[in-house]
Design a protein around this ligand. Structure first.
Ligand SMILES: [Mg+2]
Length: 278
């Protein structure tokens, strides 16, 4: 077992802390334990549609202690990326409130005429006209930035097309590959690390998805802990690990095991599938 030496944590939300409107067992206890220990952490989400304020509110409604400052979204990381490339840049945006707010807060100018960047996230009011305009701007020389490559999103009515599905259309039509911000890209993780003021080597990523959370953690140079609370199970682990082309440093079957690992109370690897060296 790897002893707990992390100085900070980056924690996924969907499938790790909650499912839909329900907290995952021991999620509240895990966060309370982190608050009590003073260990710095951030919730890191690929979702660009919602502001950190609303994400925190949703967590509190589930009984999980959270403030806006605990949350890093792909919208914030996209805005920081663009602002770092060109402060005050002109941005044509396809997205929802969370992305529009983040871009404005980063001092960027939202305009469709002669933009430096096209920044695209999920837009549940996406139209053919919006696609045509964005493709025209990308073909005209604007740098194309995609908040997150997720093709599908869980919703109350089953899976719906995500930002990556809109991105696939814009990419096919424009011939441009976007700059990816969200997991599995390391850009979102790097942004969260910067917010925490911590190095990758002393930070661990906790998530339920090998292809996004674990891959992004590895790309950023962090330790990686897979939890079997969401997408990955003992039964599908091997298939997903092969597909993702990466394996975590540690696996916990439940959040209770994560708490035990952090507090050093008992072996966290009880009941884990075997981890093979790459
Ligand atoms: Mg997840």
């Amino acid at each position: 077992m790897i002893p707990f030496k992390a100085k900070a944590l980056l924690i996924d939300l969907d499938g790790t802390i909650y499912h839909g409107k329900h907290a995952i067992k021991d999620a509240g206890r895990l966060i309370a334990c982190l608050k009590k220990s003073g260990l710095p952490y951030r919730f890191v989400t690929n979702n660009s549609s919602t502001s950190p304020d609303k994400v925190a509110e949703r967590l509190r409604e589930m009984g999980i202690d959270a403030e806006a400052g605990d949350v890093c979204t792909s919208a914030q990381a996209a805005a920081a990326y663009v602002a770092a490339c060109k402060p005050g840049a002109a941005v044509h945006v396809i997205g929802e409130e969370g992305l529009l707010d983040a871009l404005r807060e980063a001092g960027l100018h939202l305009q469709s005429e002669a933009p430096d960047f096209v920044v695209q996230g999920i837009d549940r009011c996406f139209t053919y006209e919006k696609a045509a305009l964005a493709v025209d701007r990308i073909r005209g020389g604007a740098t194309y930035v995609l908040t997150n490559p997720d093709l599908l999103l869980p919703s109350d009515n089953g899976f719906i097309p995500g930002a990556g599905s809109i991105g696939a259309m814009l990419s096919a039509a424009s011939g441009a590959e976007p700059v990816l911000i969200g997991k599995p890209s390391s850009i979102l993780m790097d942004y969260a690390l910067q917010q925490l003021g911590c190095n990758a080597e002393e930070t661990w990523v906790i998530g339920d998805n090998l292809a996004t959370d674990i891959a992004a953690g590895k790309a950023a140079g962090c330790g990686t802990l897979l939890v079997l609370t969401g997408l990955t199970t003992c039964d599908n682990y091997e298939v997903y690990a092969q597909k993702a082309g990466c394996r975590p440093d540690l696996i916990c079957t439940a959040l209770d095991d994560v708490i035990n690992w952090i507090t050093g109370e008992q072996a966290a690897h009880a009941g884990m599938p075997p981890i093979r060296e790459e």
